[in-house]
Design a protein around this ligand. Structure first.
Ligand SMILES: Cc1cc2nc3c(=O)[nH]c(=O)nc-3n(C[C@H](O)[C@H](O)[C@H](O)COP(=O)(O)O)c2cc1C
Length: 356
């Protein structure tokens, strides 16, 4: 009820401005001890994935809290995990505004933010101030490359971010699938991916040894991949013993929004129109991985039934973003409840001791 009133006010504003106001308001309510006004209790349905125990299956997808400035307020809404970022080594402004567009008729968003963020050091300062990770909450940190780093040097940016965030993260996601950083998706191609994963896994081994803690690594992929590409990615993921795959990022497809206002804006499309494409990619990946590597399903989850479909397609965990913008905190509870007790086929990871 409160969110539907708030949403009406927010949706009257410019999308990016509304986004900032909503996050600041959430943090304000949280600081005043009033999160209960908008949040339901945390649903407990513990599940072991990538060697970590998640309190439930629903997480916040990357991109909403790019700098980790609202972790506690978001965690109070009942998410079982929070993924912050994408963060890059150095701060960068992202693309010129406007760069975020709502398509309410389709329950969708198109964005071309371009990894606007304050840089990895600022993110780490924010993470250090948050209570959630200190209390054992599961915090994913999603890393990327700066826009002005040549693509041939991309691995340097990922390695540097990994070194910096390793001690603070429950798991780390390599985002190689944003459509808004030039050539980033080329890292999904066989040779480039092989090089990147070899370097990053070697670094993970060193860090795990130095710090006495194994932090799982997930790869976040695009939905716009053909079968050959999916098979090649699955092979690389298995060969390099990646701990998980997040499927998927936003899509370049415009199916379902072609004729709508803003439907032809450049950027990545998310929300309801992405659901089918994203879930199909998830299912194909699960098949190609022979259910040996856990998957996190994201893309177009707008209701409980969508989340169940992601689990049925092979996901062990799910994440939401656009659905959260349209339906607010009640979707977290609805989705967590709808997948409670639903078991997927695979929950382990390369570093997992005892997958359930
Ligand atoms: C405004 C916006 C910004 C995003 N930024 C990022 C990002 O920085 N890193 C990332 O990995 N994904 C980012 N995403 C993609 C989401 O994490 C998610 O994969 C995608 O939106 C599909 O899920 P959804 O339909 O629930 O939104 C962003 C999505 C939106 C809408």
């Amino acid at each position: 009820m409160i969110y539907s009133l708030l949403r009406r006010a927010l949706f009257a504003l410019d999308a990016e401005k509304a986004h900032g106001i909503a996050l600041s308001s959430l943090s304000f309510l949280h600081t005043c001890g009033l999160s209960g006004l908008v949040a339901d209790r945390l649903i407990r349905d513990p599940v072991s994935v990538m060697g970590l125990t998640f309190p439930n299956r629903v997480g916040l997808a990357a991109g909403l809290d790019k700098n980790g400035a609202h972790i506690d307020a978001l965690a109070a809404l009942g998410f079982g995990h929070i993924e912050v970022g994408t963060v890059t080594p150095r701060p960068q402004p992202g693309n010129p505004r406007p760069r975020l567009f709502r398509l309410p008729e389709a329950q969708a968003i198109i964005n071309r933010m371009g990894f606007n963020n304050l840089g990895v050091d600022a993110l780490l300062r924010n993470v250090g101030l948050a209570e959630f990770p200190k209390k054992g909450g599961i915090l994913g940190i999603n890393i990327g490359k700066n826009a002005d780093t040549p693509i041939e040097k991309a691995a340097d940016d990922y390695v540097l971010c990994l070194q910096k965030v390793y001690a603070a993260a429950s798991y780390v996601t390599l985002n190689i699938s944003s459509p808004n950083t030039k050539n980033l998706r080329d890292l999904q191609q066989e040779a480039a991916l092989d090089d990147l994963l070899a370097r990053i896994k070697a670094e993970q081994t060193v860090l795990a040894e130095q710090q006495g803690r194994y932090v799982p690594l997930a790869l976040k992929i695009a939905p716009d991949l053909d079968d050959t590409q999916i098979t090649a990615i699955a092979d690389a993921v298995r060969r390099h013993r990646m701990d998980g795959v997040i499927a998927t990022n936003t899509t370049l497809s415009r199916v379902g929004v072609e004729k709508l206002p803003h439907g032809d804006e450049a950027g990545g499309l998310s929300g309801a129109p992405e659901f089918r494409l994203s879930t199909t990619a998830l299912g194909k990946l699960a098949h190609a991985l022979h259910n040996e590597v856990p998957l996190i399903g994201v893309g177009g989850i707008m209701k409980g039934e969508d989340a169940r479909a992601k689990i049925a397609a092979g996901a062990s965990l799910i994440q939401i973003y656009t659905g959260f913008i349209y339906h607010g905190p009640k979707l977290v509870h609805e989705v967590a409840a709808s997948v409670t007790g639903v078991r997927s086929q695979v929950t382990g990871g390369a570093g997992a001791d005892a997958p359930d």
